[in-house]
Ligand binder design. Sequence first.
Ligand SMILES: *Cc1c(COP(=O)(O)O)cnc(C)c1O
Length: 474
Amino acid sequence: MPPDEFRRHAHTLVEWAAGYFEQIETHAVLSQVEPGDVRRALPDHAPEQPEPFEQVIADLDRIILPAATHWNHPGFFAYFAITGSAPGVLMDLVSSALNQQAMLWRTSPAATELEEVTLRWLARLMHLPDVVEGVIYDTASISTLHALAAAREVAVPDVRTKGLAGRDLPRLRVYCSEHAHSSVDKAVIALGLGHESLRRIPADDAFSMRIDQLEVAIADDLVAGIKPIAVVATIGTTSSTSVDDVDAVATIAEREGLWLHVDAAYAGVMAMVPEFAWMRAGLNRADSIVVNPHKWLFTPFDLSVLFTKRMDVIRQAFSLTPEYLKTSEAGTVKNLMDTGVQLGRRFRALKLWAVLRYFGAEGVRARLREHCRLAQLFASWVDADPDWERLAPVPFSVVCFRACPPEAAARDLDALTHAIIDRVNKSGDVFISHTSLNNQIVIRLAVGNLRTEERHLRRAWELLHMALKELETP
Ligand SMILES: *Cc1c(COP(=O)(O)O)cnc(C)c1O
């Protein structure tokens, strides 16, 4: 595509994206298409002849937009609400234009060193100790996989050469709370430890890992000849955003020689905010921490960060330099291919760097505080209404609740909750999701989009009331 043509289409698409942001509330937040609609709208074969690019752009409005669920919509309250903010979007364009492949320092000094500097900024904003080093992966699942690979490396130093199979090794054990994320399961599966190596510890009434039960589990395992290698504590669990007592877990991990990984994929960014300084004690003691700027730091998907005091272990586990990638500067620089399974990597740091500069630390903190304020406000409405009940504390920006109308006592509340969610989501104004707490289905409302205002929460509350009323009077 000649530069002039590129310029013309780029201007069209910049207008398109700006218009999308301006009119985002005219779209149904949860896509209303049926399965197969997108497939049927497209030909079965790639075009044999070149097509005018205008036709590709036209298909964005015709096929892609209606089939997109709008994560950038202010009424998006499902899962964890996120924002692909404009500074990050613009830098994604630059990242694609530069097409950096940052496996080696020399294949992209800019991407290699900007990642180092930006993650140093983020670590300092989160008040992590300076000995911590960071690396960017795509998602938290991959960050946690690398953290547990490091734990495995420490526990079985020749695992890289000999593997785990067909040798005289005890069963290895990893602990996490019953509310820890499924990425911990996937990590032990992928690392060849086996799913049974993961022991989930029961939680207390606030959905926080029971420290006494962790102690019991470790003692039991030691008696049974099982070797504990790691514990994953969570700050901001996925269901209820509950918080494990990381400080107490750290004391046990230190005593037992376990790798302590803290999953703070969603809530880790709150360590920037002075009112949340309580998070620091535990974070400071972790061997590794995952935090996702693509979750609650306004960075377009995807960008997850693993911070660790022991990056040397990850390098030991994975660094490997074939002849054709040897360089004269290898001893004096960081080659990002050494910090993980992946060889090539895209220039993700650009978008996080731009987000931190555009908003500034004060701007980021103000927005995080506002999201927490909005969640508290919504929680206060739930608490004040006898037809609704809140089912978990609200430490950050997620509210877990359900309808509990008095005459519904004998009815199936889980079915009612699902029916309410379906009705609300059909409105197109709001998207909420569910989870299960104490074997009860609950509604999760997550605040995290930069465009969300009080009026969007009021609309959600109104739709919830309307849905309950309609379902009660069939
Ligand atoms: C979202 C989340 C994850 C997974 O994040 P991905 O980046 O999608 O892999 C892991 N842990 C917690 C606590 C989360 O909230």
